[in-house]
Every structure is written in structure tokens, then in C-alpha cells.
Design a protein around this ligand. Sequence first.
Ligand SMILES: Cc1ncc(COP(=O)(O)O)c(C=O)c1O
Length: 486
Amino acid sequence: MRRASFYIIRDMIKLSDVNHRLQKAHYAVRGRIVQRAQELEEQGRKIIYCNIGNPQALRQKPLTFVRQVLALLEYPELMDGPAAAAFPADVVRRARAVMEKNPNGMGAYTQSAGIPFIRRAVANFIERRDGIPADPNHILLTDGASKGVQAVFTLLTNRENDGYMIPIPQYPLYSATIDLYGARRIDYYLDEANRWELNEPELERSLAEGKSGGVNPVAIAVINPGNPTGAVLPRKNIGMIIRFAKRHGLAILADEVYQENVYGEGLEFVSFARVMHELGEKEVPLFSFHSVSKGFLGECGQRGGYMEVRNLPDDVFAELIKLQSIGLCANTAGQITTYLMVDPPAPGDESYGLYEKEKGAVLGDLKAKAEILGRGLNAIEGMSVNIPEGAMYAFVRFDLPHADGTDPAAMTPEERRKYEAARDNKYCLRLLESTGICVVPGSGFGQQPGTLHFRTTFLPPKEDITALVEKMKKFHVSYVEKLRES
Ligand SMILES: Cc1ncc(COP(=O)(O)O)c(C=O)c1O
């Protein structure tokens, strides 16, 4: 009986019946190479996963304070028994205060926009961070930044040809969501020779090209600090982008999930909200995103984050809340983790010392690993990289010789794109098979024609990073030699 119904279901829904937009969408960081890595791992190979910014999967420890408060909130009975003595006093105090303000507990739906006192705490965090006012009524708590970004695409994609300017290289959430929602994309290239900054003539060029192709641009997405580039944008560059958006009537999506991950000497994270405020800009709609997944928390699995909105009429913001209400609310553990991110222990709290120590260890380690990786790869002939100043990634350029008689410059742009994508995919697959290192081909993020890249994280433990550089060197030399001989 069971077998029969199984066959009936198979006959009823075929791949060709599936949403063509979903079929088109592509998310490289969990693509074919990663599947191959998992197969190899099942066969007993040691794999170094450098494909995804998932810190705790690479042995980064969760912060004790965050987990202690979450533990008490998930099982409040602990607070009334002898086990409470095992928790620092400020942790117990904090958990009790959360329960008072959110008396329905972790198992109840919350308001669609998120638990009100947490939205207030997020506004306070922005005020402290930037020295500017922030309105809790324009803050929405989300299941990670991804859901916030996708909510804005739902909000703004209205007409047939509506399109988004996205960086190349980009984090594929953007290209995949555009495909999923049937929107159009306008690619602008980041300037690799100039620390991956955005460059005004290139923004104008790409916008003009998009418009001449019939696209109606509605917004520009900017990732700062950058994924996959690891770059941190200077204030001046952010000001230029805001003026550009204003000139062309665009909203800005500011993806700032790596704001705590800044390592470059003398560099600081500057938010779009702050620059907008300083410029007195009151017209350009701004959607900024933050997350508990990155920074020093690395709580990817908790799925917490927020979106802050500026220069958006209340009735439009209400549509975002309505959208959230269709999915009820963000998950409660993610909301609480967001709260703990924006309102950490203060000096004088029992947890403060350990919190600062753990935070410093994570950030110090990432900074050291960015240097080891960047310097090591730059010493390999035929490879170059801007030493990451932020985030968790390096976007590494590599050169390969062409087979005799192959001239990419003579190909059509589409032929060339396919040819180069095949080359970086093959390179990354061979790298995986011969060394166990799992990185993502540059074509998954986009790259300038005529260039090849891969993206690697610098999240694995330090010893693995040093070994990784050595292995990559050996692999690259032998891969290039074999290509020359063939
Ligand atoms: C630039 C960028 N934005 C958003 C996200 C998604 O973050 P979240 O886990 O908060 O959905 C990521 C994850 O890697 C990212 O790199």
C-alpha cells in the first residue's frame, strides 16, 4: 500500500513542476564542491571546511554568558533550585529580568516585530555605537540577517523589471534571492586593486547598463565589512554611496553582519546609519542588518538578528511587520541571543571579566589567522590576496595558464563566463580531492572576466591555517605544472 502511494506522489510532482525560480537560484557556498567534501569525509578523509562562515562548526567556543542566560530561560526551574548557585549572580538576575519582561516564556509566539524591550535594547545599542538617535519602532527582530534581507526584497519587488544593484563579488544570498523573487540584477564590480572599495564611475556604468537593458533599479546592496572580500569600507566611500543612491532614487540595503570583525590596523567599522545621520540625509531609505551569527558570538544556529530602518514612512514599515506576522514572529532563542549581543555584561557584573576574555580571544585569534593566511597565500607564486581587514574571508586571486589555442578574449561574454566558471570549479574540486581543503570557486560570488578566484574562510584553528597554506602552495605549483604539460 505504502509503496503504491509513494509512486503516485512521485508521478504527481516532477522536477519540471517545481517553481522555475527556485530551480534557477544558486547558492554556491553549499554547492557541489561541499557535497563532494561530505562524500570524502564519509569515506574517512579529513576535510578542512573553509567554505562557510560557520564559526562554531570550526571549533569556535560559544560565549559562556550567552549560553548561561539561554539555559536558564529555556529551563527556568533551574533558577529556583540548587543549580542556580552554579550561575553568576548577574546571569540569574538577567534571566529573571527577561522573564519579567517576557512573561510568556520561550515557548510562546512574541509580537511580530519582536519582543518590545529587545527592540529598545537594539535602539540603545545603535545609539551607543554611533552616537545618533535610533527608534525602536523602526527595528524588526529577524531569524538571522538572511530573513531580514529577504523581507526587504519582498517589500520592494513590485514591478516586472524591478532590479537591485549588487556587488560582484557578492554573498550569494543576494543573487539567489533575486532569482527566487523574479527580480532583475545589476552587477557592479568592486575594485580589487583598491582594497575592494566601491567606485563611483563603476556604479554609474553598471546602473546605466542596467537601465538600458530595461531594468528599473530600486535599491543598492552593500556588504560592509565585505563577504567574500574581507574589506572594510572607509567613511568617504560610504558617503559616496549614499549620495549616489540619492541621485538615482535608490534605497540602500546595508549588510553589516561583520561589524565586530574588523582587524586592520587603524580601521574602524562605520555604519551607514551614522554617515547618513552625519550627512543630514532624510530621504534615502536605509535598511541595515545585523546578526548573532558572526562577530565574536558566532551563534549561527540560533538564527537571531535585527533590521533597522531609516527614512521609511510608518505605513511602509507596517507592511514589513505584516510580512513578519504572516510567519508569526522570529524564533525566541534568536531574539534573546540578539538581546544578549546588544546588551552584554557591564563592568562590575560578575560575568564581565570572562565575557571580555572570551571575546578578546575570539577576535584576537581571527586577526592573527587573517594575517597568517593573507601573508602565506601572497607568498605563493601566481596567487594574490588583499590581506583581510575584516569579516571572516579572503577572496584569493590565482592565475592559470590556458591550453594552447585557447583565447578567452575571442569568446562571447557568456562563453567566457562558462569557461572561467569551469576552470575555477575544477581547480577547487582538485584542491579538495588532493588536499582535503574545501573552498568555494570565485564564480559562485562573481568575478571580473579574465580573473579566477576562490573564497576561503580563516576560521579553522591556527595550526590548520598554517598547514592549509603549505598544502595550497604544493597543490597550486603542481596543478599549474600539469596544465603546462597538457
Ligand atoms: C554578508 C552576509 N550577510 C548575511 C549572512 C547571513 O547571516 P544570518 O546567519 O544572520 O542569516 C551572511 C552569512 O554568512 C553573510 O555573510
